[in-house]
Design a protein around this ligand. Structure first.
Ligand code: ADP
Length: 514
């Protein structure tokens, strides 16, 4: 055969094949090519290969398969390739936010993969689909309807462990998720000094999550009457009964009222068992307001949260009244340990603590910021244990105190007072498997079997104690003048300035960035 004849034959045979395939696909969509990749098959290429796109069916064909009423949508989707589903989504037949709903529980990873492609191709950069943001091998069933929407993957954060640290006679590893070099090493150094003095003792002085709705009345007089009723035994009892009917864990502890013009604010405070408790208290508050509305039909609930709570915003009310767990953590460090481990003196530490953490923060007009870097340690533990990271705003409020103690004042008495540690071991991000692994490591995962609330309280005690370690280490480094040196050596990214790779062993001068 001549070469021209050969070309002709091959061209015709491909066209023939295409026509045949089309006929088969129309007649038997379930046998059609290509077979879609199964969601959890481990297929790593988000892009369809050229062969597959060659066999892409028309929009009309895909719609006919998708909308076939004799089988569930999830089964129809299993007959379509990723590219074909993307075509349906781009056509508006499937909402991008609802992919998980139509795919069903056993195709969640596929839903995420397809969303990545759709969003990526619609974006200016087009990078998401092939980016290094991971999405495979993640349990999206725990995320769905609980933790996140429009999911395109997950963001890994390095997890380090400081310590162990002895807290109330028990040793705990301190899990810290962070990208700040020196933070874990510095906290570990603080743990070493604390352990040498026998460890940390904690006291829980309060436990109550709060919600503060804003309620409008026609006049200040009427708002005043409602305030007086809530403050009376009768009003308090009526609201408590309604509030506590919503959960066996919610026990109303206090009601604090305040008026501005004709608007009334009521700060509900309640125990929430092992949950951080925002959902729980919102439910209780809603029910209590329904009961109040019967008594004051003229009232108008403007918002369940009227910022008198105060959630995720700086506020003096939290610092003064407390929110979540209120914890004091305290320790004594022998003078010789201050010298050998912390490389400073009791006198220098106490002096610096007064001038920096107390006077400096007072000069800056701080509310609850009488510390060196409580937020650093707290946020790293929050991320590791599935807490709501935005609550670091009030949870990090902390006053660090230091004074000489013992014979001739040669030892150091150190404490942190943290009135607003908002944590839970059930609900929220604590349902995710990796975060549960961290809670397991601490022995505080889930609901406490005998005493509801004790797991969350223990976690708060551990956090306050770790903050104490962080405070000690940073203050010591500042007192000894180690801060800049340590950061220059160990906290500068080497990635953009390639140099010989030298393994780093944290030394005494390690401190975190503040
Ligand atoms: P949050 O109120 O922190 O937002 P969720 O409402 O998501 O948390 O989770 C609390 C749920 O867990 C509630 O439905 C509650 O009934 C349940 N639960 C089970 N055991 C406990 C416990 N020991 N403490 C608190 N809640 C618990």
């Amino acid at each position: 055969m001549s070469s021209i004849a050969q070309q002709h034959t091959s061209t015709f045979s491909v066209r023939d094949l295409e026509l045949k395939l089309k006929q088969v696909r129309l007649a038997h969509p379930e046998q059609s090519l290509p077979s879609p990749p199964s969601s959890d098959s481990g297929s790593s290429s988000p892009k369809q290969d050229s062969e597959e796109s060659y066999f892409l069916r028309s929009l009309k064909e895909c719609l006919a398969i998708y909308e076939e009423s004799s089988r569930p949508r999830s089964q129809s989707l299993a007959l379509l390739s990723d590219e074909e589903v993307i075509m349906l989504a781009n056509n508006g037949s499937i909402a991008t936010y609802a992919l998980e709903k139509v795919f069903g529980m056993d195709q969640l990873e596929r839903a995420v993969r397809i969303r990545r492609a759709i969003l990526s191709r619609a974006s200016a950069t087009g990078t998401l689909e092939t980016s290094s943001i991971p999405y495979e091998n993640y349990d999206y069933s725990r995320v769905l309807g609980a933790c996140c929407e429009n999911v395109v993957g997950y963001i890994p954060i390095p997890l380090g462990v400081a310590g162990p640290l002895t807290v109330d006679g028990k040793q705990y590893p301190i899990p810290m998720a962070t990208a700040e070099g020196t933070l874990v090493a510095s906290t570990s150094r603080g743990c070493k000094a604390l352990n040498a003095g026998g460890g940390v003792s904690t006291v829980l002085v309060g436990d109550g999550m709060t919600r503060g709705p804003a309620i409008d009345f026609p006049s200040a007089i009427q708002a005043g009457k409602a305030k007086a009723w809530i403050d009376s035994n009768e009003g308090h009892a009526a609201l408590r009964e309604a509030f506590e009917s919503t959960s066996r864990f919610a026990k109303l502890k206090s009601l604090k009222t305040a008026i501005a013009g004709r608007t009334l604010y009521v700060r509900f405070a309640t125990t929430t068992g092992d949950a951080m408790g925002m959902n729980m208290i919102s439910k209780g508050t809603e029910k209590a307001l329904e009961a109040m509305q019967k008594r004051f039909p003229e009232m108008l609930v403007l918002a369940l949260s009227g910022n008198y709570c105060t959630d995720k915003k700086p506020a003096a009310i939290n610092w003064i009244e407390g929110r979540g767990k209120s914890v004091v953590a305290e320790a004594v460090i022998p003078g010789h340990v201050v010298k050998t481990v912390l490389k400073t003196t009791v006198r220098d530490l106490c002096n610096l603590n007064v001038k920096k953490n107390l006077m400096g923060s007072a000069m800056a007009g701080s509310i609850g910021g009488f510390n060196a870097h409580a937020a650093n340690i707290l946020t790293a533990i929050f991320l590791a244990t599935g807490q709501d990271p935005a609550q670091n705003v009030e949870s990090s409020m902390c006053m660090t105190l230091m004074e000489p103690t013992g014979l001739n004042g040669e030892d150091l008495l150190v404490s942190v007072t943290m009135p607003c540690i908002e944590v839970g071991t059930v609900g929220g991000g604590t349902v995710l498997a990796p975060q549960q692994g961290v809670l397991d490591m601490l022995g505080v995962r889930g609901a406490h079997p005998q005493q509801p609330g004790q797991n969350a309280q223990t976690l708060a005690r551990i956090i306050a104690s770790a903050v104490l370690a962080g405070e000690l280490s940073l203050l010591s480094a500042l007192a000894a003048g180690h801060l800049i040196k340590a950061h220059m050596a160990h906290n500068r990214s080497q990635i953009n300035t390639p140099a010989a790779s030298v393994p780093v062993t944290p030394g005494a001068g390690f401190v975190s960035r503040v």
